[in-house]
Design a protein around this ligand. Sequence first.
Ligand code: CUA
Length: 338
Amino acid sequence: MEKWIPFIPERASTVAGRVDALYFFLVGVSVFFALLIAGLELYFAIRYRRRSPGEMPAPVRGSMKLEMLWVVIPFLISMVMFAWGSSLYFTIYRPPKDALDIYVVGKQWMWKLQHLDGKREINELHVPVGRKIKLTMTSEDVIHSFFVPAFRIKADVLPGRYTSVWFEATKPGRYHLFCAEYCGTSHSGMGGWVTVMEPADYEGWLSGGRAEGSLASTGEKLFQDLACVSCHRSDIQGRGPALKGLFNRPVRLEGGQTVIADEGYIRESILNPRAKLVAGFPPIMPTFQGQITEEQLLQLLTYIKSIGPEETPAAPPSPEAQAPSGGAGVTRKENVKQ
Ligand code: CUA
């Protein structure tokens, strides 16, 4: 199908067909009305042209029926666009629970990617075909935008917060990755390739080369090196709140409100601990702003995710998804030993 239409990038993700369908609908509606209006203008100009110098047209009194027609029809069409567009938007920007996590850090002018098992890449991303992939992204400097035309995904990557987007590639191949937000001198060169592999090849690729330990275990080491562990203890009540099972759970704050401990909350609590104080704990935690990199923050985040929530078996995970929670089991045992 895509072979017939020039200028359309290859379709290589589960949402690509849906994005194109909406796009063609929007273009179709616009072309239809543009032609209709231009055609009618031409027709009326000829049909109702002035035939004699003194000719006066009959006065128009207005018509309720006509008015209703040109209010109701565009309203219905725009509502279809709205409903269709938002359903697609929510599909693309709400990552499914069973997606494989990959972390992305943009900086002038490269993409740094980290896999859960610790493998890192620059301007290259390897993913298995037929597997949902969730990208959690942030920037070290200015706004970038992660854009893979063949997957029909594009999401801004902002400094100081996490954004996410997901995709499921449908066929093996190499697909262009672009930065789609002007970010300085070498913006145009800030690109790379996404390589989609058969699951077996992907496993081979993952196990090849040298990985410095999983993201969670690197994060755990960092957790000890930065002495987080001296206050956030898992066995007894420490000076800081216990972090086991914290991720995606509600947290009661000083002052009564409750927040969900998502990626954004954990990030903020590391960089600006006083922004949201947990009820019952004094404001003694120092800030780590400027002391750890975005990549280290993501490692800490992965570690904190890995030590909770305990009901992970509830969602039937695929073989790859079990790897991080298996690692978490080891982590828990180690914590008990301390
Ligand atoms: Cu990064 Cu443009």
